[in-house]
Design a protein around this ligand. Structure first.
Ligand code: NDP
Length: 284
């Protein structure tokens, strides 16, 4: 070992299940390089029973920031000192910052989506149809509610998950939200301003069909997908044919990296370099 007074790189990591050639790591390291930062972002497999030790290890080893992925997004909360308002309402954390020895938990899922959405529409006062009621839908629903949308229809197959998300959005976040049971083909109402696929349908399958009827959609309605691989899903292609403006899930994913980078460094990253690195890592 060489014992010299050298400046070590700042450390960041992703704690979760193993992912070969992790695209998030490629994207964040590309952002560091583009800003001339000799910093490191590691992908570390953490077993559920080791999560507390891993989080304590962040402080011990001086990691300044960590992303959290499945299956730790909810279980990590007791080990943190503070949560942002959105992370507390969503009840899940995917980004941690070590700040003056305090661990701050943030959720960037919904914020990444919102940042994409705001490039094409201001959500305040708009009618939203949210397909799905899992983790992504929950994060997006909370951010849209905090952004002041007029109404959110939560459309989901599983009754309990759908009811619970509509309850959270109306009672805990104070928006006008209803659950609609997704049984058979769902006719998207013409009053919809923003239609969001927050289900996993379309991931790794460019031809996966959602049971939807979009014939009443107005031209110019915004249709957004959380699915990022492939980025151009059948849902988005069908929405474009119906005259919608579309947003893909890759933009949301890159924005999450952008938001994490800002939180950790206080700097504005090179978003284009991040998207290129992510596309290369995904082979898209
Ligand atoms: P969850 O497992 O928590 O939720 C999955 C949702 O998809 C549930 O609402 C489920 O409905 C619904 N669903 C699954 N299959 C069908 C189907 N055949 N028809 C109708 N609904 C269906 O997953 P997440 O919410 O965590 O993730 C959802 C997707 O979003 C994933 O593909 C994930 O990779 C992606 N994602 C993308 C991000 C980005 O930045 N672009 C960020 C986070 C996630 P039910 O409850 O009825 O089973």
């Amino acid at each position: 070992m060489v014992d010299q007074a050298v400046k070590l790189p700042e450390l960041f990591a992703l704690f979760g299940q193993p992912v070969a050639g992790n695209p998030t790591q490629e994207m964040i390291e590309a952002a560091f390089r583009a800003r001339g930062l000799n910093w490191r972002y590691l992908t570390i497999e953490v077993a559920p029973e080791e999560l507390e030790d891993a989080i304590l290890g962040m402080r011990a080893m001086g990691f300044l920031g960590v992303n959290i992925t499945k299956p730790h997004k909810i279980k990590v909360i007791p080990y943190l000192d503070r949560l942002t308002e959105a992370a507390a309402k969503i009840g899940a954390v995917n980004c941690i910052k070590l700040e003056k020895q305090e661990l701050l938990g943030e959720n960037t899922d919904g914020k990444g989506f919102l940042e994409s959405l705001q490039t094409v529409i201001e959500p305040a006062g708009k009618q939203v149809v949210l397909l799905g009621a899992g983790g992504a839908a929950r994060a997006i629903g909370v951010e849209l509610a905090l952004a002041g949308v007029k109404q959110i229809a939560v459309v989901n197959r599983d009754h309990n998950r759908g009811i619970e998300l509509a309850r959270l959005l109306s009672e805990d976040v104070g928006t006008n939200a209803q659950y609609i049971h997704w049984d058979g083909t769902y006719l998207v109402p013409s009053s919809t301003d923003i239609l969001i696929n927050a289900t996993s349908v379309g991931m790794d399958d460019a031809y996966a069909q959602l049971p939807l009827d979009m014939k009443e959609l107005r031209e110019g309605t915004i249709s957004a997908d959380v699915v990022f691989n492939p980025a151009d899903t059948l849902f988005l292609r069908q929405a474009r044919s119906a005259g919608c403006t579309t947003l893909d899930g890759l933009g949301m994913l890159v924005n999450q990296g952008v938001i994490g980078f800002r939180l950790w460094t206080g700097l504005e990253p090179d978003k284009d370099a991040m998207r290129v690195a992510m596309e290369e890592a995904l082979g898209s």
